[in-house]
Every structure is written in structure tokens, then in C-alpha cells.
Write a protein that binds this ligand. Structure first.
Ligand code: NAD
Length: 296
């Protein structure tokens, strides 16, 4: 049994904290939302009154917060001041690479071990303990990080040093955003040309256009029953979240001097879809915008 402090019990963190409790760990949980805290209590965690109370005797601290500023604030102003130096700090939020490296440096200077460990898989995988983790940490710390993450994970990769987990996450999601738009354009064109999109799916799934966006997450309802396209694009991975990751990728590309013209196009198209009211819908619903019916 490990004493774990879990900060950030939202759509993702709620399920992740529950899986730590289910694995037999003592989970002290904190969130600004009283409803999230109550849900965590029902899942076997012990609600704390503050970050400081949650981390006070933690062996590991896990955070799952919205964005970079939250992570900088929670670590900079709360966790580093209140957690024991021996605690292993693991941030699973998706944030900018610079914030991840800045927090890692601050934590290291204060004598802590720190890892950025963003995840891929969405809320269903968070609930099922089946997330993919991309970890940036000192090589010597990876074994300990992997052991703490294990109840929440299907697979754990060490991407490299601090910040490399976030780099892997935004590069992966930029590729996903681009491939989803390409898949949607091809389906919309097939339809316009009088080809049944379901028949196009069967052909392309066995041809060189095959990709995850098509065969595991098909934006056209029918061919992949588990895909959000079959439930009115509810649940899944929200357009607003995809847009956030595409923005992070563009910021990182600009700073690094990398050419990412397709990533920039994808960001622009998802920003447009969000402005048309698609922000809360699954990101595969961008098919409907390309078909000329954004609410479809
Ligand atoms: P969410 O908004 O549902 O949850 C964030 C939680 O953090 C909220 O409950 C909020 O109250 C809490 N919070 C904010 N500031 C806090 C503070 N100072 N102290 C304590 N709690 C605080 O978001 P989510 O969907 O759970 O996503 C969390 C992170 O995971 C994001 O970085 C997101 O990009 C990433 N992510 C999300 C998905 C997904 O499908 N939702 C998939 C992969 C990664």
C-alpha cells in the first residue's frame, strides 16, 4: 500500500484516483469542486480540505489539472511547500513543455523527484485503468514512477528527460488531429462522388489510406460501433481539448523553429469548428462541418 495524494478529480482524474483506491492504495484526494470530492469519497478515496492536507504525508503525489498555469500554481505555491521531500511527484496533466520543465527544475531544486506523465486514452480508458502514459523523468526514477502509475495504465513509456512526456503527447495529438481531418475530408468527398462512405471505409481500411482515425474511431456512423459518431458525437475527446493540444503543438513548434504547416491548418480548422459551436462535441464531429452541416 502506498500513500498517494491525488489533486484534480475531474473527468480524467476522478477515474484515475478511483483506480488507485481500487488497487489498495490510501488515496488522499483534493479538488476545488465539492461534487468531485464527493465522487472520490464514494470511490474509496479520502477527501482532503486542501492541497497541503492531501500531500502532508504522501509517498507519491499525482496531479491531473487543466493546463500549465494550474500546474505551475499548484506545485509552486502548494505541493513543494507542504509535501515531504521523499514524495515522488507525477503530473499527468497535458501542459506546455516549458511549464513541465520549469516545474521539474523547481521541484528538483527543492529536493524532489518529478515526472511529467501525460496520458492518451480519454475518459473511458481513465475509468478502466487502461491509459497510455508518456513519461519524462530522470532515468533513475522511471522504475518508481512506473510502479505508481501501473494501476491506471495499459502501457507506460519513458519518452526521455523532463518535458519529453509532454513533447510526445503534443506530437501524437497533432498527428491525430491532422489524420482525423484527412479522414473526414476523404469520407466527405467519397459521399459527394456518390460512393457509399461505409463502402469507402471497407476499401480504405484495407488500402494505403488506413489509419487509426478511420479504422478505430471512424467519424462516419456505422463501421466502428464503439466510435462517438454512433452516439451523436457525445463523450469521447472534445474538440476544445483537441484544440488545446494543437495550440500547444503550434506554440512549441514556433519556439523550436519547426515547420508544422499541417498542424497549423488543423488548429485553424478546429478553431473554426469550435466557433461554430462544436467545442463540446467529440473531435470526429468535424466531419459534419466539412459536409456543410456543423450541427449534424
Ligand atoms: P477537468 O476539467 O474535467 O478536470 C480538471 C479538474 O482540476 C477539475 O475538477 C478542477 O476542479 C480541478 N482543479 C483545477 N484547479 C485546481 C486546483 N488549483 N486545485 C485542485 N483542483 C483543481 O479536465 P479533464 O478532462 O479531467 O482533463 C485533465 C487533464 O487531462 C487536462 O490537461 C487534459 O488536457 C488532459 N487529458 C484529457 C483527456 C480527456 O479525454 N478528457 C484525455 C487525455 C488528457
Amino acid at each position: 500500500m502506498t500513500r498517494i495524494a491525488f489533486i484534480g478529480l475531474g473527468n480524467m482524474g476522478g477515474g484515475m484516483a478511483a483506480n488507485q483506491a481500487k488497487a489498495g492504495h490510501a488515496v488522499a484526494a483534493f479538488d476545488l469542486s465539492a461534487a468531485a470530492l464527493e465522487k472520490a469519497r464514494a470511490a474509496g478515496c479520502t477527501p482532503a480540505a486542501s492541497v497541503a492536507e492531501a500531500v502532508a504525508d504522501a509517498e507519491a503525489v499525482i496531479t491531473m489539472l487543466p493546463a500549465g498555469p494550474h500546474v505551475r500554481q499548484v506545485y509552486g505555491e502548494q505541493v513543494l511547500a507542504a509535501a515531504p521531500r521523499s514524495a515522488l511527484l507525477i503530473d499527468c496533466s497535458t501542459i506546455d513543455v516549458d511549464s513541465a520543465r520549469a516545474v521539474a527544475a523547481q521541484a528538483k531544486a527543492a529536493g524532489f523527484r518529478f515526472a511529467d506523465a501525460p496520458v492518451s486514452g480519454g475518459t473511458a480508458a481513465a475509468d478502466a485503468g487502461a491509459l497510455a502514459f508518456m513519461v519524462g523523468c530522470d532515468e533513475a526514477d522511471f522504475g518508481a514512477v512506473e510502479a505508481v502509475i501501473q494501476p491506471m495504465a495499459r502501457v507506460v513509456f519513458r519518452a526521455g528527460d523532463h518535458g519529453a512526456g509532454q513533447a510526445a503527447k503534443i506530437c501524437n495529438n497533432m498527428l491525430l488531429g491532422i489524420s482525423m481531418i484527412g479522414t473526414c475530408e476523404a469520407i466527405a468527398l467519397a459521399e459527394k462522388l456518390g460512393l457509399d462512405p461505409a463502402r469507402f471505409f471497407e476499401i480504405s481500411a484495407q488500402s494505403s489510406g488506413q489509419c487509426w482515425s478511420l479504422t478505430s474511431y471512424c467519424p462516419w456512423p456505422g463501421p466502428v460501433p464503439a466510435a462517438p459518431s454512433n452516439r451523436g458525437y457525445e463523450g469521447g475527446f472534445a474538440t476544445a481539448m483537441m484544440l488545446k493540444d494543437l495550440k500547444l503543438a503550434q506554440e512549441a513548434a514556433a519556439k523550436a523553429g519547426a515547420a508544422t504547416p499541417m498542424g497549423a491548418q488543423a488548429e485553424g480548422l478546429y478553431a473554426l469548428f469550435e466557433r461554430m459551436g462544436g467545442g463540446g462535441r467529440d473531435f470526429s464531429a468535424i466531419l459534419q462541418m466539412l459536409r456543410g452541416n456543423p450541427q449534424g
